[in-house]
Design a protein around this ligand. Sequence first.
Ligand SMILES: [Zn+2]
Length: 155
Amino acid sequence: MSAELVLIVIVIGVITSVVAQLRGRNGVAWFLLGTLFPAFALLIVSVMPAEKPDNSPTPETHVKCPDCKELVLKDATICKHCRCKLMPTLIVESVAVKKATIVELQSAESYHSALLKIGYKITRKGSNWEVREPLGGRLTLKTDIDFVEYASSKV
Ligand SMILES: [Zn+2]
């Protein structure tokens, strides 16, 4: 094989590889095919349907099944691998929010009784906490979080 021919074969291999990569296929494999079957491989890779874009699972789209540890879609309600029932992530998140609210309420209530014991007068009006301090100060706290914050500085 003359040097020119080798060069032409390599150029065709490179072109085949580039076309292959543009169409979502393995560039190295198609470079080799392009040099082994110059022009023919290029023709084949050009007419073959393009590979679909890579839709492999990511943390944004998939979660691990707690039972079989396979990846499943985030909003799936049944694992496609082991058929176990799943809680879609959105529901799990809202349950977590509810739990946090309950903890907050509990601590608000416990601070409430703690403050009562040391002479505070506290009344709830809707979500407001109206506080009368033992030394005569008065204030209104708008939310449970505000109340817990205030109360934790007093007890
Ligand atoms: Zn599973």
